[in-house]
Design a protein around this ligand. Structure first.
Ligand SMILES: [Zn+2]
Length: 147
């Protein structure tokens, strides 16, 4: 278990689940206080590694009850957005590509694509993603794939 300050500094005091700031000076017992979220990931079939990320205590606690919630930005105009965490996990395990959201016009699709790639660079820094925007049925489908 690493020191909380070490993990916080490395993650720029940003919660890896909700992507908002964590106050390093707030109490570790408060809902918005800092905590270290540690989880095991498979590196290969035989070896695993423990990853430690900074999270609000509340976000970390919620995660045990339901899959981690990584919200889409409310500023985006997206229709039927897929759950980000579940989609990322499937792509990491199986590859391929998935429709992650639909947008009414191309500008919205580009904005959603930029936001998503930026978000994923912090959420899953070890994996490189790419997006594709495909028109169809009078809207634009935002596809996510591994780079
Ligand atoms: Zn949070």
């Amino acid at each position: 278990m690493s020191d909380l300050n070490e993990v916080g500094d490395r993650d720029n005091w940003t919660c890896w689940l909700c992507d908002t700031a964590v106050d390093p000076d707030s109490s570790v017992n408060s809902d918005r206080g800092p905590s270290v979220d540690s989880y095991t990931v498979a590196k290969t079939k035989k070896s695993t590694t423990v990853v430690e990320r900074l999270a609000h205590r509340q976000c970390n606690t919620m995660k045990g009850k339901i899959a981690p919630v990584v919200p889409w930005s409310p500023d985006l105009l997206v229709v039927d957005p897929s759950p980000i965490v579940a989609t990322v996990e499937r792509l990491k395990n199986k590859g391929g590509r998935e429709i992650i959201a639909r947008c009414p016009d191309l500008d919205d699709a580009n904005a959603a694509s930029d936001w998503l790639l930026d978000r994923l660079s912090r959420f899953a820094p070890d994996t490189r993603f790419a997006t594709q925007i495909n028109p169809g049925g009078g809207q634009y489908m935002l596809m996510l794939t591994l780079d």
